[in-house]
Design a protein around this ligand. Sequence first.
Ligand code: F0G
Length: 458
Amino acid sequence: MELPFAEAWKIKMVETIRKSTREEREQWLEEAHNNIFMLKSDQVYIDLCTDSGTGAMSDRQWSAMMMGDESYAGARSFFHFRDTVRDITGFEYVIPTHQGRAAENVLFSAIIKPGMVVPGNAHFDTTKGHIEFRKAKAIDVTIPEAHDTQLELPFKGNVSLELLKKVLEENKGNVPVMILTVTNNTVGGQPVSMQNIREVCALCHEYGVPVNMDSARFIENAYFIKTREEGYQDKTIAEIAREMFSYADSMTMSAKKDGLVNMGGFIATRKQDWYEAAKAFCIPFEGFLTYGGMNGRDMDALAVGLRENLEFDMIETRIRQVQYLASKLDEYGIPYQRPAGGHAIFVDADKILTKVPKEEFPAQTLTCELYLEAGIRACEIGYVLADRDPVTRENRFGGLDFVRLCIPRRVYTNNHMDVIAAALKNVFDRRDTITRGLEITWEAELMRHFTCQFRRLK
Ligand code: F0G
């Protein structure tokens, strides 16, 4: 008999989580103004809010923490971290930062000026925020097929070369950088193929435009290349990652994802001019060049985490867990962005709560229903997150309306996946009885989803 698949780790330390009653959750959600970001984590049973900084570190990482050198300048920990990043990516210049958006802040301060245009495959919201904050424009050049949730494509995060060429052609001399996000979080944790990476970088270079890889989940992307793209089956994850970076000019990384740490980030590049320019912003924003917002011990843990996650069995365990959850949703007929993403399942709320008008925010409503059902905290990636149009102040209903079930690394077991799927099925089975959604009673002007307040309509 063939042995079944199982995790590439065993558990050394556990953390208690608690169930609650429906009555408690009704009250807590009311107090949180129907916004899951306002809940206390103790009010949550299974937390799928994000995979960012929520993973479990290994014994090897915890022991590396003990070796941290907390010197202000020239810490040993920095050199461990820098040499590891150099070795994995091939980028010579490395600047540590406290997280991904800080890397964006430091690099973009050096290279993006008002009026410029920055194409990318669905920039993550902080990335877009840092571009718009500088009065520049972010243009999405993801393949249009990514918006058909039921279409199965192996590399749904790809860039449309046609759309990219149009932007480059129309904005000659005004594009400081192209941002290639691997995997593409915004369209559902979908990977970008090696062929697309190669072609995108070649096209940008033809126009003299450097490419920055937003690499929060580059190891997940490399896994998908290995398992889905012709010619990569026999290469290691490390070899594939190295090839991905070989075409690009730089990377920004939120190490809180594929770095397997709870906090951290960095910029790495082969461009000496960018390095020199960015250095000047690292010191005032983040800290001196050999710590940039991280503790020495965190840099040591990150160096170990990156190596560990590049091991095939480790990343396979991660991706297979997300795919396991997807197989349960398939069994129950629950629609989501297909195929399953690397870090999350993006449930297609529009196709489930068909009786809730878009003005009443179906995905936010479904997020609340899932919490009330079983204390599971998912997160809306939909009409609330899309914010209002800056000019007309109308809600932006043009995009997709997802509930993201985001899976922390090495934290939950497949029994938890079964609970998540069953809870969602229970809501799904009574979907036709859910006819009203939510009304916004208070909202911030930008990035409203974190603090927005809602009233449940009856
Ligand atoms: N880029 C991508 C693709 C991301 O997904 C994130 C964060 C960032 C940059 C910013 O990094 O949080 O370290 O400052 N994504 C998290 C999420 C928050 O839940 O998807 P950060």
